[in-house]
Design a protein around this ligand. Sequence first.
Ligand SMILES: [Fe+2]
Ligand SMILES: [Fe+2]
Length: 152
Amino acid sequence: MLNHKAEDLLFRALVSELAADAKTNRMKKFIQHSNKTTYDHCMDVARHSYYLARRLHLQVDEKALVRGAFLHDYYLYDWHDYGDHLHGYHHPDRAVANARRDFDLTPKEIGIIRSHMWPLTLTKVPSSKEAVVVCIIDKVCSLRETLDRKSL
Ligand SMILES: [Fe+2]
Ligand SMILES: [Fe+2]
């Protein structure tokens, strides 16, 4: 069993390659909810997914979990600019396409990204423990960001 500091070091090691990449740093230009950038939102989802899986002893592929979570919103535009009510439906496919273009991903990592908006994207059902964790944690983080904005 790792102590908290060791767990945090392991998380940083798992996310560091993608987090330091200039391509993912483009997500810092876009706002997700409230005043949080897409980059910070993705980092939050990756971190909380990792810790939830650890606390529940889910025996997940932590590398796939963290990488898929970090890239889950790698769609690379500011959805507020579009006034696009369909953003929720189609941005997972855009994120998958961008991520496959820019990085070598496993099928599990791709599945995490593709299914993270389920059940909104009805047919894209999470098909791994990792995908279920990210699907849930993304909703928790998004709700918290949205409520933060409303309380201002
Ligand atoms: Fe998303
Ligand atoms: Fe998200």
